[in-house]
Design a binder for this molecule. Structure first.
Ligand code: ACO
Ligand code: ZN
Length: 161
């Protein structure tokens, strides 16, 4: 069955929290999910199959403290992405990420996008590399359990994100 992407809506909150808790040890409060939705309504997307949400991506755009003066392009940040286990390897995460990257670039003028990922998370690292992200830094003990993170970064080309 084909999937489709749409913007997150407040009534999706419980289901998205369920998917986040099922798939990742990094969990967030309802307040946090809703604040991302409120601030970046078009950068928080869900994937639906048969009318049921099976994955999500939540992103924001960060402008930096002195953005008005520095003239630097804002940066996209993928906060969290997950797809339920039974629905993986069908291109859902790829579609979510591509759509979010295009929107960051076109709608927010983001010049690059970055994210943190566990150094052991081979599936996610493979996905990000396939979409043009590269490991640019290691952050030791980034996660609560002590695991290191890679920062992975991708330059966003205006016409070819
Ligand atoms: N092993 C190796 N490569 C993989 C794997 C895997 N298990 N899963 C995906 N990939 C790579 C492959 O290159 C794949 O292309 P292919 O299927 O043609 O070989 C490519 O990624 C695209 O895969 P998708 O089907 O688009 O990805 P999927 O919908 O399965 O979701 C995801 C990938 C989100 C990483 C999923 O496995 C998941 O939810 N994992 C648990 C949560 C998680 O780790 N999220 C990322 C945390 S970091 C962050 O959120 C910023
Ligand atoms: Zn992050």
């Amino acid at each position: 069955m084909a999937f489709r992407l749409r913007d997150f809506r407040p009534e999706d909150l419980e289901r998205v929290i369920y998917i986040n808790r099922t798939c990742l040890p990094e969990n967030y409060s309802s307040y946090f999910f809703m604040s991302v939705h409120k601030n970046f309504p078009d950068l928080f997307l869900v994937a639906e199959e048969d009318g049921e949400i099976v994955g999500y991506i939540m992103c924001r755009v960060e402008r930096g403290f002195l953005h008005r003066w520095s003239g630097k392009a804002p940066k996209g940040h993928v906060i969290s992405i997950a797809v339920l286990p039974e629905h993986r390897r069908k291109g859902i995460a790829t579609a979510l990420l591509k759509e979010a990257l295009a929107r960051m670039s076109e709608r927010y003028g983001a010049g690059e996008c970055y994210l943190e990922v566990r150094v052991s998370n081979t599936p996610a690292i493979s996905l990000y590399r396939k979409l043009g992200f590269e490991e640019t830094k290691v952050v030791p003990h980034y996660y609560l359990d002590g695991e290191d993170a890679y920062i992975m970064t991708k330059v966003l080309e205006r016409d070819n994100p």
